[in-house]
Write a protein that binds this ligand. Structure first.
Ligand SMILES: Cc1ncc(COP(=O)(O)O)c(C=O)c1O
Length: 425
């Protein structure tokens, strides 16, 4: 942990003054509490609204109003190509080629679609490995997928749990389990970051192990996209899906993202469920029989681009394009490190940080497990205009998103916690 932090009230003032991303905060709307901006630590659930969204929506409303059907080919952003506008920045955010990313549907729907492409069980190789305690939607997706193939989830799904007495999975154990089950594994599916513990898995090591075993590796990046820079292509990840409403700040129900490595994205023989929007643009409007997929991730598009579910993503990505993931991550490591440092200055309070202490094994979020007073602390935070979330039993997840959270915000959180006593040693 960097030793450059201290508990003085001056520290956050200076850190915010020196922060080269401090200006980004003014690009967001904050919910109000007693006439002031709230402190918002819930970007791991729903990011704040960028100021640019409203006028971006207005632009498309105007195109619809003025142009109607002609809006597909005219206007500031012809809708026919709407997904294309999102790709350049999104590809950088996840470390992929533009041909490997697309925007469509929502996360769980995309997970189903890509699992249907990548899970091809044989009598020998039919098992899916995932982390125990994955987000429920992923569990339901995998359970219903294997049933769809007439398989018993108890036999087909392998869930990995931490060692007895531990809360986090060790990479070496994941890799070993992949090796041990190698000849039966079809897919290894992990959350890039586990939503509850905040653990960021070693995606490269998992992918390598899956490939060495003859399986494919897929990831749910809901908590990673816009939080940690990724290199999906270079890590050789086979497929990934994410939502756009958390760290990407594209609003509730915004269209989700999908990545498919180019060796599959370009392969027209890959099995998939199809619709006309995935058809090669050259022949789409010929309305002929016979699906001809686009030879990129867009070949998995099914329906007409959901422009109004993508417009806020387009607006939100502008900031990512300007700032870049490297700077976002650099601030994030320092901001979350500062939060962790301050928490350790509270020796009397009965809580534990579940999230890994290693900054490389976590994103912005710290999950704090309070053995006592968890709900009370959560309620006190809300009463003080600090928005954090609470999950039974006693877990408060705190995610200082670097684009709109400050060192001052983190200090305020610490001040209120201090009122509850000091951390146990
Ligand atoms: C890790 C993870 N996976 C899946 C989902 C579900 O996403 P959606 O409801 O957009 O399909 C969420 C939602 O928060 C999530 O956090």
């Amino acid at each position: 942990m960097p030793d450059s932090f201290d508990t003085s009230p001056e520290f956050p003032l200076q850190a915010d003054k020196a922060d080269e991303l401090a200006w980004c905060r003014s690009q967001f709307h904050f919910p109000q509490h007693e006439g002031r901006d709230t402190i918002y630590f819930c970007g791991n659930s729903l990011g704040l609204q960028p100021l640019s969204v409203e006028s971006a929506i207005q632009t498309e409303l105007e195109s619809w109003k003025q142009l109607a059907i002609a809006g597909y080919r005219e206007g500031p952003n012809p809708w026919l190509f709407y997904q294309e506008y999102l790709k350049p920045v999104l590809a950088k955010v996840v470390g992929a080629h533009e041909a490997e990313v697309t925007v469509m549907n929502t996360l769980t729907v995309n997970l189903h679609l890509l699992l249907l492409s990548f899970y091809r069980p044989s009598p020998q190789r039919f098992r899916i490995m995932m982390e125990a305690g994955a987000f429920p939607s992923d569990q339901y997706a995998v359970e219903t997928l294997v049933r769809h193939f007439g398989l018993d989830p108890a036999a087909a799904i392998i869930e990995l749990s931490p060692r007895a007495g531990e809360k986090l999975l060790r990479t070496e154990d994941i890799v070993q389990q992949i090796r041990d089950h190698g000849d039966q594994l079809a897919v290894v599916l992990f959350g890039g970051i586990n939503y509850y513990t905040g653990q960021f898995f070693d995606m490269r090591a998992i992918t390598e192990a899956a490939h060495a075993a003859g399986a494919v590796a897929g990831f749910d990046l809901a908590h990673v996209a816009g939080n940690i820079p990724l290199q999906l292509h270079d890590w050789n990840v086979d497929f990934a899906v994410w939502c756009s409403y958390k760290y990407l700040n594209a609003g509730p129900g915004a269209a989700g993202g999908a990545y498919i490595h180019e060796r599959f994205a370009g392969d027209a023989r890959m099995p998939r469920l199809a619709g006309w929007w995935g058809n090669d643009e050259k022949t789409r409007f010929k309305m002929e029989k016979g699906f001809v997929p686009k030879t990129n991730a867009g070949g998995w598009n099914i329906s007409t681009a959901q422009v109004f579910n993508m417009v806020s993503l387009k607006a939100a990505l502008e900031l990512f394009g300007k700032v870049g993931m490297e700077k976002i991550r650099a601030k994030s490591i320092r901001l979350t490190g500062y939060l962790e440092y301050l928490l350790y200055q509270l020796p009397g309070l009965k809580f534990e940080i579940i999230t890994p202490a290693d900054a490389d094994a976590r994103g912005a979020q710290l999950s704090l497990y309070f053995r006592e007073q968890g709900k009370e602390i959560h309620d006190r935070m809300l009463a003080n205009g600090i928005i954090v979330d609470y999950r039974e039993p006693g877990v408060i997840r705190v995610a200082p998103a670097p684009l709109y959270c400050s060192f001052g915000d983190v200090y305020r959180f610490y001040e209120i916690l201090r009122g509850f006593g000091d951390r146990e040693t």
